[in-house]
Design a protein around this ligand. Sequence first.
Ligand SMILES: [Zn+2]
Length: 260
Amino acid sequence: MTIVVNGFDFHCHVDLFPDPAALIADCDRNHIVTLAVTTTPKAWTQNRRWTKRSNFVIPAIGLHPELADQRRAEIALVEQLMAESPFVGEVGLDGSPPHRRTLPIQKEVFSRVLQSAQTLGARVLTIHSRRAGREVLASLVEHTTPERVLPILHWFSDSVATAVEAARFGCYFSINHRMLSADSGISLIKSLPADRLLTETDAPFTEIENRKSEPRDVTAMISRLAQLRNLPVEEMKRIVTGNAEHVLAFAGVSIPFSDR
Ligand SMILES: [Zn+2]
C-alpha cells in the first residue's frame, strides 16, 4: 500500500509542546513525517512511549550542546540508548557567547556520540552547529564516515563555504522558514546541492504569523524553496521527498513506522 506523505519535519521538539499527544495525532492526520528530537536522554522513554503508535512520528535520542556541561554524566545513557535508536538528536556544538566557555566539554560529549554512531552504523544525526559550524564539520570528519553516519545540519548558519564543504562530506541540511528571512539563509539555500535539501521547523522555537510553528508548516516551505531555486513546486517536492526517503532508508526505516 502506498502511503501519501505530505511533508517532512526533520527537527521538531515534540516533547516541548503543551500537548505532545495532540501534536503527534495531528502529524498522523496530516501525514507529516516528523523527527521528534530530545534535549536529554532522560526524555527518551517518554518520547518513545508517545510515538510508539504513530505512523509518522519517529523518536530521536539526544543531548543538547547547551546542556552538555550540566548533564555531561548523561552521555553514558545516550550511548546505551543509541543502540535502540537509529535517529540521534539534538546533538552538536554551540559556540555562541553564552556557551562558548563549555565548548571543550561539548566537544567531548559530541565526540562520544559520533564514535558510538560510527560503531553502530546506520545512524542519522540531527546536529546543532550555532557559531560552531567548522568545529562540527571537523568532528564529523575525525570520527565518522558517510557510509555509517548520515549527518543532518539543522538550521545551519555558518558560511556558504563551510556548508559546501560539509555537503561534499555527506551532510544534509534541514531548512526552516526562519532561515528564509535572513540573507545568509537565502544564499545558503541557493548554494547547496539540491540533493541535500530537507525541511524542518525546530518547533516550538520558531513562529509563523505570531503563532508557534508546527510540523504541518513544512508543506509551505516547499513552494518557498522552489521559488528560491527557480524550480516548479512539484519538482521541488519530488526532490525533497526523494532526499527524505534516502535519509529514512539509511536509518533502515520505511513508511509507515507502525511495525516498530
Ligand atoms: Zn532544536
